[in-house]
Ligand binder design. Structure first.
Ligand SMILES: Nc1ncnc2c1ncn2[C@@H]1O[C@H](COP(=O)(O)OP(=O)(O)O)[C@@H](O)[C@H]1O
Ligand SMILES: [Mg+2]
Length: 277
């Protein structure tokens, strides 16, 4: 093995023998419960997600996947349980504070503002633009104009990233379902989250756009973004995820590599039960 640059041979040998602590989880959930009346939609779910991982979350309809995302991202408060982002408890923070802390999410059914252009929709993902506050406009209009220009440039670059740059000045209502998913991804990326939760990124997407979506998710991950995704499309799941969690009736049934989990009898039964329900 070659010595690492910048280390003495002795230090390099020590580093190899003692690689240091295992990197802490970026996100962890500890016994998260969400009840609606008497029904526990999420019933004591614990898992952790390593920095840099793409983790899949699968399970039949009604299993509680979206509700778990709601609890993780802050659109619902969990009834009980703990959620740590980078070691800090976040379960009581509102969604915008979680986004500011680096946790972004997309929705199962994206709802862009239909009359606004794609560019305007993406700019909505921008956190606290100075021009939205009154005082900086008086004190430093030049800095405000610069920040707005930078935000527009960034939004355009993200529209390019999701292959929608050509439609930047069209109203969002012209988009197909799949394109709306990509627009939403661009909006969330404005905040540069370290972790993104994607709720069924491929549902209702035509096959050519599906390739774009898979490729863009892989590229995001190569650039360092950690990803947790809900998806029924097992082709997407097995191509992107090293590991999947299976949720059924609010509980984690099992976890493992996609190919193994897909063969698991309990998983097959859960899906058959879900289909019959
Ligand atoms: N706001 C809500 N009020 C009452 N019940 C809900 C609410 N949201 C979800 N549920 C119920 O929780 C269960 C899980 O739903 P959901 O999280 O959407 O499942 P999935 O995303 O796995 O299909 C379902 O039985 C659903 O009807
Ligand atoms: Mg759902």
């Amino acid at each position: 093995m070659q010595a690492r640059p910048g280390l003495t041979p002795a230090a390099a040998a020590a580093a190899i023998e003692n690689p240091g602590p295992v990197p802490a989880a970026l996100l962890s959930a500890d016994r998260v419960v969400k009840r609606f009346g008497g029904v526990a939609a999420v019933d004591g779910v614990s898992f952790s997600l390593a920095r840099g991982e793409i983790l899949g979350l699968i399970g039949p309809n009604g299993a509680g996947k979206t509700t778990l995302f709601d609890c993780l991202a802050g659109s619902q408060a969990p009834t009980s349980g703990r959620i740590l982002l980078d070691g800090r408890p976040i379960e009581r923070l509102p969604a915008h504070r979680r986004l500011a802390a680096g946790l972004g999410r997309t929705f199962q059914i994206p709802r862009p503002f239909p009359q606004m252009t794609l560019l305007e929709n993406v700019l909505l993902g921008c956190q606290h633009l100075a021009g939205e506050r009154i005082l900086p406009n008086w004190l430093s209009p030049g800095a405000v104009a610069r920040a707005e220009r930078e935000a527009r440039d960034k939004a355009m670059a993200l529209l390019d990233f999701v292959a929608l740059a050509k439609l930047a000045h069209q109203p969002a209502r012209v988009l197909s379902g799949g394109q709306r998913k990509l627009l939403e991804l661009a909006r969330v990326l404005m905040a540069e989250p370290a972790l993104i939760l994607l709720d069924e990124p491929a549902a209702g997407v035509n096959p050519s756009l599906l390739e774009t979506i898979i490729e863009r998710i892989a590229e995001l991950n190569r650039r360092g973004t950690t990803i947790l995704l809900i998806e029924h499309n097992m082709d997407l799941v097995s191509r992107l995820c090293g590991r999947v969690l299976v949720l059924a009736s609010g509980r984690l049934l099992t976890e493992g590599p996609p190919a193994e989990v897909a063969r698991d009898r309990r998983v097959i039964e859960a899906y058959l039960g879900g289909a019959a329900a």
